[in-house]
Design a protein around this ligand. Sequence first.
Ligand code: SAH
Ligand code: SF4
Length: 380
Amino acid sequence: MTANLLDFDLDGLAAFCERLGEKRFRAVQLFRWIHQKGVARFEDMTDLARSLREKLPGVCEVRSLPVLTQQASADGTIKWLFDVGDGNAVETVFIPEDDRGTLCVSSQAGCAVGCRFCSTGHQGFSRNLSTGEIVAQLWYAEHFLRKQFNTQERVISNVVMMGMGEPLQNYNALLPALRTMLDDHGYGLSRRRVTVSTSGVVPMMDRLSQDCPVALAVSLHAPNDALRDHLVPLNRKYPLAELMDACLRYLPHAPRDFITFEYCMLAGVNDQLEHAQQLIDLVRGHAGRGVPCKFNLIPFNPFPESGLTCSAKPVVKAFAERLSAAGIVTTVRKTRGDDIDAACGQLAGDVLDRTNAAARLAQRRTQVEHRVVWSSKESS
Ligand code: SAH
Ligand code: SF4
């Protein structure tokens, strides 16, 4: 298979061009055509030297991901299901808000961490995505949305690595993808607006702080090791004290002066006021100085295999108030895209039952025409 140019950050593309005997500024031109203009055909890249335009098609291509389905929610959220081959699919979600457009991006097909409350975790691990497959989600969504909204301006202002998979367990592919997102010749996103969410892969948090310190969200979900061992099995490897230390080490490099802790509210499991108090003690008391942080409480999105339910609204409210009263900024996340199963932790791709996956993917392909796919807008 020929090289996929979406696999390269700018340095990688420069090295690739050098191997073809081309100068670095050619790589900059090429990178801008691909990422800023969304152009995939070399013959359309009008200011590239003709010799290069003719040379490229034989050796490389801009290979995006095939779209299996696209669903639009009543609240403007859009979810794409991308085919990554062998019966695997990953999901990407666009969430429009007044002052920003956020894309939730997947890093793996499935996930090996196996959190109890996560639909992706329940499906098990299939494989890592390549850099090109991570970037393709942004490339496709950004340029699709620009066409849709009939604008040349950037539509996606924020990226959160909160789709399927544990991004820090796919570090080598993640890093060039992040660099492409941040690059001024690429998507030009600010470090504060690119968030890596992790269940707590401690050594990779340290590497990220050195290589590409973007905003960090840590999925906490429990205030003590016994409970976290059960909910987030990775805790057995990197327990809370180590995780808190890693957060403290990350902060001096971070683009924000706090860590965002995510906390999924599970009825009767981790949502009692004593849990809130333990959390306060954990983040306040750690290393004698505390971890500067904000809390994001996520209402649990139930799915049948989990056997769990979401905390009642007043319970979430009381929990949030307890944290706030201790001076910790706490928000309760709004759920978006409920009607299209696009909320956190509902991203299950299509690999739940691998034996039938191929058949169901084929079926989805035929179903796609019948879905609400911006149909009226697209035809107008
Ligand atoms: N693997 C990374 C990023 C992907 S999950 C991580 O765990 O941080 C993104 C967020 O969705 C995490 O905070 C995760 O804990 C949360 N989440 C997973 N399943 C959920 C569910 N069913 N309901 C609500 N949030 C969920
Ligand atoms: Fe993996 Fe994150 Fe889901 Fe846990 S919550 S199983 S780490 S995707």
